[in-house]
Design a protein around this ligand. Structure first.
Ligand SMILES: [Zn+2]
Length: 283
């Protein structure tokens, strides 16, 4: 075969391999892309706007006395959220709540200068190491706190260690609705980080607690679409299955298969990562 033809064939082969690789990587990365960068604004009712995706899910609640922002996102999604908040707030006071300290829920805090910014009762030294000074919350919820906002009553509960050392949930009493932060990942594999304090057994106990509360009818998860309390049930089953797989590796494939349609986050979250996390924590 003439050398030129060989080179041509090789180049065609190389191009085909590249196309396949890029297509494969795109299909694999798309759910993660959607997870981090795609936002969807939903008007839940006249006073409550949900901004789902683009990092953690966020909420904007307009009340008589103030406008409440639950989780501030990061990067340009944080800027977009802030614009929307300002539009809705006008001259009203803005109050910010962070469900936990992870960047995709809090790295927009610096936009809310002079506002009260609530978070759970983390060790302050830990938080200072983990959070940029500009994004640092300035109000800490120890146990629970009721915000009486005239037309709305909102209750914040620090549920302690589960996804992180101090996960905070936000309960909108009028709607029987809970912003769970990352205590609920909906059809998304949960992120577990040792340095964040993620503890599967404590997390299961918190899910049990939520399931026992009759006053919760709807949950806005930290990631994924809104739904009812059954999300807590399915995340509990997920953890139980991954615990079984960690104890009995011969069942791992069969159990992982049950969660094939749950979004995986490359390098961050997958059934195998959860199994490894449980095995490494010796539970
Ligand atoms: Zn998180």
């Amino acid at each position: 075969m003439p050398l030129q033809r060989k080179t041509k064939l090789f180049l065609i082969y190389l191009a085909a391999v590249l196309v396949l690789l890029i297509t494969g990587a795109s299909i694999y990365m798309y759910p993660a892309y959607k997870f981090f960068f795609n936002t969807e604004v939903q008007q839940a009712d006249k006073d409550l706007t949900l901004v789902l995706g683009g990092g953690g899910n966020s909420g904007i609640l307009v009340t008589d006395r103030a406008v409440l922002v639950i989780d501030t996102k990061m990067g340009s999604d944080a800027d977009d959220l802030y614009k929307l908040v300002k539009e809705k707030a006008g001259t009203k006071k803005i109050i910010v709540i962070n469900t936990h300290y992870h960047g995709d829920h809090l790295k927009g805090n610096h936009l809310y200068k002079g506002c009260q910014i609530y978070i759970g009762d983390y060790d302050r030294t830990f938080l200072q190491k983990e959070v940029d000074a500009d994004d640092m919350p300035n109000a800490f919820v120890n146990d629970s706190l009721v915000l009486d906002l005239g037309s709305e009553t909102v209750v914040l509960y620090d549920l302690g260690q589960a996804h992180t050392w101090h996960d905070l949930v936000v309960y909108l009493k009028n709607r029987k609705m809970l912003f769970s932060g990352d205590l609920i990942f909906h059809h998304v594999n949960p992120v577990l980080k040792k340095e964040s304090g993620a503890d599967v057994d404590k997390w299961i106990a918190v899910l049990d607690l939520l399931l026992k509360k009759p006053d919760i009818q709807q949950i806005i998860p930290g990631h994924g679409d809104i739904d009812g309390k059954e999300m807590a049930e399915s995340l509990k089953s997920y953890f139980a299955d991954m615990k079984t797989a960690a104890k009995d590796p011969s069942r791992a494939d069969e159990l992982k298969k049950k969660y094939e349609d749950w979004t995986e986050l490359p390098m961050m979250a997958s059934p195998q990562r959860t199994i490894d996390y449980i095995s490494n924590s010796g539970k």
